[in-house]
Design a protein around this ligand. Structure first.
Ligand SMILES: *Cc1c(COP(=O)(O)O)cnc(C)c1O
Length: 371
């Protein structure tokens, strides 16, 4: 699905030198590379504080710990997303309230959020799915009206701009109280292992989150709060600092591939190409088609596999129907848009390195099967 090798080869000298520098310094944990990357990422995003951590899942968990959410509190998030978002809610003993998606953008539906609010609701976690921002302006209005926290799951949309109705722009992850991201290798800004980060403009939250990722200590060996061990290591930070400089160019490359796909599938009766939201630009973490009801998705996926074209289903089972999350609260049919998407979406290869020949091969293979 992603071509990490070709991408590495283009920046190999720079990366190899930076990694060797960290090894020579022996400052593997919390070294200067971590601080440099954290500052550069903060400047890029326009976020006052960046707290690096071990992965995107931890970023979400640490955020919820810092907000002081207590068992029984309800947290509203999307059912159509990767499991990590709901998982940390459950791990902390909070109650995940999974809501439906917007049928056009596949992002969390603000109206569904509002309907799900109860006196126990404490936070909303919008996910900027597949590389495009959720409707943050409406979500922030709802949060303000009901006095709720907003934690943005920006794992798939780092670098995307949210565009306000009045034309102002802000980076995904810097609008709510806290933003979270992952540097998993296949993400838009990926390292060569695991990594993550949390952003906020709130000084107090930043101070607490910095303590939480470091065993809950502000002063060494004095543990003010319950924490965890969640660090971004120096080698990963050094790699990320190099890749951050290319992030906008990477987004352009992904958009180039997306435009090619769009054109190839334009007006096809069985294919709906990704809808570009008015509130966001798209950084195409995934390029996801919505097939018509009569299209044979499994047949297409198998046909593509035979032709060596990887195509994936993100996500085949909505979170509210996952075995571990079954409860009296949800049953099949409750979130019709999400369930429909799970049955009909398919994601095509997307990376910064897709050339015309590959794009032509992929699109003609899809069209050969679908007719
Ligand atoms: C990747 C991802 C995560 C988790 O990130 P990890 O670094 O793998 O822990 C969380 N949410 C979404 C939407 C993701 O895509």
């Amino acid at each position: 699905m992603v071509d990490l090798r070709s991408q590495y080869l283009k920046i190999k000298d720079e990366v190899d030198t930076a990694v060797q520098e960290v090894i020579d310094s022996c400052m593997f944990i919390n070294g200067p590379a971590v601080h440099q990357f954290k500052d550069n990422l903060g400047n890029y995003l326009g976020a006052k504080h960046v707290i690096p951590c071990a992965n995107g899942t931890d970023a979400l968990m640490v955020s919820m710990m810092a907000l002081g959410l207590k068992p029984g509190d309800e947290v509203i998030t999307a059912s159509f997303t990767f499991i990590a978002t709901a998982e940390v809610i459950a791990v902390l003993g909070l109650t995940p309230i999974l809501v439906d998606a917007d049928p056009e953008t596949f992002n969390i539906d603000p109206q569904a959020i509002e309907k799900a609010i109860t006196p126990k609701t404490k936070a909303i976690v919008p996910v900027h799915l597949f590389g495009q921002c959720a409707d943050m302006e409406r979500i922030m209005d709802i949060a303000k009206k009901h006095d709720l926290y907003v934690i943005e799951d920006t794992c798939q949309a780092i670098g995307a701009d949210y565009i306000y109705l009045d034309g102002r722009k802000k980076k995904a992850g810097t609008i709510g109280d806290i933003g979270c991201t992952s540097f998993f290798p296949s993400k838009n800004l990926g390292c060569y292992g695991d990594g993550g980060a949390i952003f906020t403009n709130d000084d107090k939250l930043a101070e607490d989150m910095r303590a939480i990722v470091n065993h809950g200590m502000k002063e060494r060996y004095y543990h003010e709060m319950i924490g965890v061990n969640s660090r971004l290591d120096s080698i990963q930070a050094a790699i990320l600092d190099i890749k951050l400089k290319h992030l906008d160019e990477y987004a352009k490359e992904r958009n180039r591939a997306a435009d090619y796909y769009d054109k190839a599938f334009k007006d096809h009766s069985k294919i709906k190409t990704p809808v570009r939201s008015k509130n966001s630009n798209h950084v195409f973490h995934q390029y996801t088609l919505l097939l018509s009801e009569d299209a044979d998705r499994e047949g297409l996926q198998n046909f593509l596999k035979e032709k060596d074209v990887p195509a994936m289903i993100y996500y085949p089972v909505p979170l509210h129907l996952q075995e571990a999350y079954l409860s009296d609260r949800f049953k099949e049919g409750d979130l019709p848009v999400t369930e429909e998407l799970s049955r009909r979406v398919i994601s095509l290869p997307m990376s910064t390195e897709l050339d015309e020949e590959q794009l032509e091969y992929i699109t003609s293979s899809v069209l050969e099967y679908l007719g």
